[in-house]
Ligand binder design. Structure first.
Ligand code: DON
Length: 582
């Protein structure tokens, strides 16, 4: 492992003193918060008692109904999660996995890890061809692409430990939606016409569900009934998660795998456990940050980047200024370089989270950032860490009237996962195995590079970027947020936090504001449309390789005002999403 350019920090300090540039100092305070004023361009949805923000209007309504009927935020989140498996099959799922971060009204925080697990027969080089090159078809669209699913176990654990209503009750809205059918919306119609044709059409079970007899996918306004999925959901309601992990559904998944060369067998399913983990905690200009620990990289790197940013006065630089973007992009490069080296399943590799999230380490990285000049990514290597003394998806956020808050990000990985529906279960299977490093140095579908820490091993969970995040202000839950977007999840959530705190945007403005992203490799500053051409020119002059690319992320966020008013915002980048409350 190479060290970062030695002695540069000292040289920078010397140059700074010669040029009279301000020395780095922690900027602990942030401007006053905004919940929205009449003069704003974008306005949050407001409610008093409870709120749900999700990518799908029907699922949001399911959650709001549960809250109205007296369920708490965890009950509502679980019901939303099951509903999305029906209404948003691009990412909502039973055959995938994800993470739930929750903070109770009493201030207890917990992270529930229901990430997929590599089957027992998985092996390090399973995605390499004869020449030793990674074959992304195998890791994305073959039966080998699927890890043992965690969603049903995760929701069951959450409902059991933190919910108030029986799991069977929470499944009823999803069962009704699957059995009676949903009216296909723009989002689903568009995705079936594009990704669906690519990944679903080739599989008989999948085609029978999402395509009509004439071979065309269901279109907007048509009714999609998922009878087999309704039956699977009913079995889970009747028998609990055992129906999925040991019963009839397990039989269907194992048979599908055995028939087509997949690895998940009945033992893998029976062995699956959702785990409760301690969230990653951090602080930023007086706010407390809680986010997802490994096997997600999200929490560690959001805290790491925020720690670096604390050394700069972003508020003074201003939103969308070339300086603010420069500082953030440079900080992002260092974090993603570290991700490639250190992050993996904590049950298999020792993840140095304390060192990565330490303020001292962040300061040493901040000192290497030149506001005038981008450092080429090839000159940035994973940092040398001090030993500690003493990483298509969907996100939804729920807050109930007691103040319990839940943030869930879960996924099949890319749209519709592997595209394979297991037998007669009606359940689409994930392609999360692609999140492992198939081969050191070879990028995955999100361009992420990884190494040994994220190599495939039986029973191991692939590294994720999913970052359900809760920000606490003055001891109270303040912001509940998260996003899909693969590698861009971390920077999307980061910008929600920075826009809300540093740039004092209300939650709708923080959501709507144009986003940017740098992930170290490729050495590219990805920007959405909406930034000033002047800013982009200045960034290019600083050495950033600026690329205008499609919109990133779909945040679903709730902010809580000092008087308890709930302010929510779905993402204008996503058709058919909805934030609603009562
Ligand atoms: O866990 C991860 O980081 C990825 N599998 C997330 C996939 C994702 O966000 C796809 N959505 N755009």
């Amino acid at each position: 492992m190479q060290k970062r350019v030695k002695g540069w920090g000292l040289a920078a300090a010397l140059l700074a003193s010669i040029w009279g540039a301000p020395a780095l100092a922690l900027v602990q305070s942030a401007p006053p918060v905004s919940y929205g004023v009449e003069a704003d361009t974008f306005h949050p949805v407001r409610a008093r008692q409870g709120m749900v923000a999700s990518v799908d209007a029907l699922a949001t309504q399911v959650g709001v109904d549960i809250l109205r009927q007296g369920g708490n935020a965890v009950d509502a989140a679980v019901a939303v999660g099951f509903a999305l498996a029906v209404t948003h099959p691009q990412a909502g799922n039973l055959g995938g996995g994800g993470f739930m971060l929750l903070r109770t009204a009493a201030g207890q925080v917990s992270a529930i890890d229901f990430r997929e697990v590599a089957p027992a027969r998985a092996s390090r080089d399973m995605f390499l061809d004869k020449q030793g090159n990674a074959d992304s078809k195998l890791s994305l669209t073959s039966p080998l692409a699927s890890g043992t699913p965690g969603t049903v176990a995760g929701f069951a654990l959450a409902a059991d430990k933190y919910g108030t209503l029986p799991l069977s009750r929470l499944l009823q809205p999803a069962i009704a939606l699957a059995r009676e059918g949903i009216v296909v919306n723009d989002a689903l119609a568009d995705d079936l016409n594009t990704y669906g044709k690519e990944v679903l059409l080739g599989h008989d079970n999948s085609r029978a569900i999402f395509f009509k007899a004439d071979g065309t996918p269901y279109q907007k306004g048509e009714r999609l009934v998922q009878a087999n999925l309704a039956r699977s959901l009913t079995l889970i309601a009747q028998q609990g998660p055992d129906a999925f992990y040991k019963g009839e559904i397990a039989d269907e998944i194992a048979a599908e795998m055995a028939q087509h060369g997949g690895l998940i067998d009945k033992q893998d399913l029976a062995r699956y456990r959702a785990l409760e983990r301690k969230p990653i905690g951090g602080s930023y200009r007086g706010y407390q940050i809680f986010s997802m620990p490994p096997p997600s990289s999200g929490g560690i790197h959001i805290v790491q980047i925020l720690n670096i940013l604390e050394n700069f006065d972003l508020a003074k630089m201003g939103f969308g200024s070339a300086d603010a973007i420069q500082v953030m992009a440079e900080a992002e490069k260092y974090a993603y370089a570290d991700r490639s080296e250190y992050l993996g399943d904590p049950d298999f590799v020792k993840v140095p989270w304390q060192a990565l999230t330490s303020k001292d380490y962040a300061k040493s990285l901040a000192q290497q950032i030149d506001i005038a000049k981008a450092r080429p990514s090839e000159q940035i290597k994973p940092g040398k860490l001090a030993p500690y003394e003493s990483n298509q998806t969907t996100h939804f956020s729920v807050v109930d009237k007691a103040g319990n808050a839940v943030a869930v990000t879960y996924t099949l990985n890319t749209n519709f996962g592997s595209g394979i529906v297991a037998g007669k279960s009606g359940i689409l299977l994930n392609n999360q195995m692609d999140d492992f490093s198939a081969r050191p140095g070879t990028p995955n579908v999100y361009g992420l590079i990884g190494g040994e820490a994220n190599a495939i091993q039986p029973g191991k969970r692939p590294l994720s970027s999913m970052s359900p995040t809760i920000v606490v202000k003055d001891g109270k839950t303040w912001l509940v947020t998260g996003s899909p977007g693969g590698s861009r999840i971390i920077t999307t959530v980061l910008q929600m936090v920075v826009n809300s705190i540093d740039f004092a945007m209300n939650v709708a403005e923080a959501t709507s504001a144009p986003r940017f992203h740098h992930q170290w490799l490729p050495d590219q500053l990805r920007v959405e449309k909406g930034f000033s051409p002047d800013t982009l020119k200045l960034l290019s002059a600083k050495g950033q390789n600026v690329q205008l690319l499609p919109a990133m992320g779909s945040t679903q966020s709730i902010m809580i005002g000092p008087d308890g008013t709930l302010y929510g915002a779905s993402d204008p980048r996503t058709p058919d999403d909805l934030t609603a409350g009562y």
